[in-house]
Design a protein around this ligand. Structure first.
Ligand code: ATP
Ligand code: MG
Length: 333
């Protein structure tokens, strides 16, 4: 079984990324052949600084290793090092419906936030994402709930390609966690915690220190009630229940029972303490790893070589099926 996922190197990663995605990446190493990609080509679709991007790729690499990715047991690489992704993106655009791209929620949300340029890259993002996944003929894609629609599109693209050009690509399925697939912003619990859209107070960064974590959780927006239960009109409390559930590895209803009489103050204190303990080892390990940039670069380059060995034959098959480029046998004779 092959597992593939990508993560953006924009800004600093947050508890939503950790719980929705990174936690599953770590598990994936025991479940199959795991391939993870730092998607710098996706990060350039919104305003960014080139020097900062180089730095944040290394930040994200160190974070993933600190979280438990082992480059000996998975392939970890930088998207832009494997040129097959961008070529495959273009080839797959031929079997991507413009109307489907027009329906993507992420584009609608992110384009509405842009103050200057809405790049064509932002619109095309899901095609590149499909290429990322399909290049590896991945069976499974661990992601948070917000990526459901994009994985659905990748499936449609693979199916349309196979119908049009013959069985070539693997149709992937998403793997979305049952609890914690959509961690909400602590200050606006109707919006997902986001790398690029959330406020500082609403975002729990994996690298926040103990005091910052405690302060943000204690100031999380709740409601005027006092019951620690999940409900549609209690988005803030529901979010904190999910967070504690994942962090402790207990069912959400067990959390509700435990805090039935405690009120919001006591509950928030417990959530803060648990999250502090959960993230501290990752943060400490991150700081040990982040200083050695040469080692991080080496890891990414080696990962890129392994990734290319898998992606290149897929691209060659796709080119051949599509009638693109010279026929290899004829060039040799
Ligand atoms: P942006 O909002 O700019 O897209 P992001 O926070 O979504 O940034 P990504 O790198 O795009 O970060 O996402 C990495 C992974 O984290 C994806 O699998 C995504 O589904 C997951 N993820 C992102 N936000 C959340 C969240 N709030 N809860 C759970 N999973 C999330
Ligand atoms: Mg995202």
């Amino acid at each position: 079984m092959r597992i593939f996922s990508g993560i953006q190197p924009t800004g600093s990663k947050h508890l939503g990324n950790y719980i929705g995605a990174i936690r599953q990446y770590v598990d994936g190493q025991d479940r199959g052949e795991a391939i993870y990609c730092i998607v710098d080509l996706h990060a350039i679709t919104v305003p960014y600084e080139p020097a900062t991007l180089r730095r944040t790729v290394l930040d994200t690499t160190a974070m993933l290793i600190a979280a438990g990715l082992d480059p000996q047991r998975c392939i970890l690489f930088r998207q832009s090092e494997v040129h097959e992704h961008s070529e495959l993106c273009w080839l797959l655009s031929a079997v991507t419906a413009h109307g489907d791209l027009n329906r993507m929620h992420q584009f609608k949300e992110k384009s509405a936030r842009q103050r200057e340029l809405v790049s064509a890259g932002l619109f095309f993002y899901p095609v590149l994402q499909a290429a990322d996944i399909l290049a590896y003929r991945a069976d499974e894609v661990p992601v948070g709930d917000d990526q459901r629609q994009h994985i659905e599109l990748a499936r449609d693209i693979a199916e349309r390609f196979n119908e049009r050009f013959g069985e070539t690509l693997v149709v992937p399925r998403h793997r979305i966690p049952e609890v914690g697939a959509r961690i909400m912003d602590l200050q606006s619990p109707d919006q997902k915690m986001s790398t690029t859209a959330s406020s500082e107070a609403g975002t729990l960064h994996v690298l926040d220190d103990d005091r910052a974590i405690t302060k943000k959780i204690k100031s999380a927006v709740t409601d005027s009630g006092s019951d620690v239960v999940r409900a549609p009109d209690k988005a803030g409390i529901s979010n904190l229940i999910e967070i504690l559930s994942v962090v402790r590895g207990e069912r959400p209803d067990a959390i509700e029972r435990e805090f039935a009489d405690s009120g919001y103050g006591g509950f928030k204190t417990a959530v803060a303490e648990a999250v502090v303990e959960y993230l501290r080892p990752v943060r400490e390990r991150y700081h040990e790893l982040r200083g050695d940039e040469a080692e991080l670069e080496r890891t990414l380059v080696e990962g890129g070589e392994k990734a290319r060995e898998i992606a290149a034959p897929t691209l060659a098959d796709v080119r051949e099926r599509m009638g693109v480029g010279a026929v290899a046998a004829q060039v040799r004779s």
